[in-house]
Design a protein around this ligand. Sequence first.
Ligand code: ZNH
Length: 145
Amino acid sequence: VWTEQERAFIQEIFGKLNYEEAGPKALSRVLIVYPWTQRYFGNFGNLYNAEAIINNPMVAAHGKVVLRGLERAMKNMDDIKNTYKELSVLHSEKLRVDPDNFKLLADCLTIVIAASMRNSFTPEKQAAWQKFLAVVVSALCRQYY
Ligand code: ZNH
């Protein structure tokens, strides 16, 4: 259950989010900070070092795909579990992504947002944002067994 205030904060954060910039930054951060996550992107070409990851166009494109995926959760805030049903099945059964990694990506995205919003990312906004990401992560984990 979301308060009006939380909804407003989540909308505001998405409104300020530059997908072209934040998506690639968040995903490349995950791949650099947690290098074992690279194993899922074997078809993405050169992930040899931080510079290669940051300049990799497939990483950049996929970062935007993930943000658009998150936008679907924002637009369906009252039904995130069902919204992510297929995506959860895809990540568990087909991609076999260890669900611990969802949290890592969520944290990297929060860092990217904090760096970009700076002082306007108040603790109250962060609280709403973390709650949103926690619901997203739990919905993505749902089809795992
Ligand atoms: Zn993921 C894919 C979302 C996380 C890995 N993804 C994907 C997609 C989407 C997403 C939307 C597309 C699908 C289709 O196509 O249908 N993700 C997402 C989200 C999240 C995620 C929202 C959180 C938040 N992922 C993730 C992680 C990882 C991943 C963490 C690892 C590490 N994904 C992935 C892969 C893929 C995907 C590998 C596939 C790619 C290609 O293209 O190949």
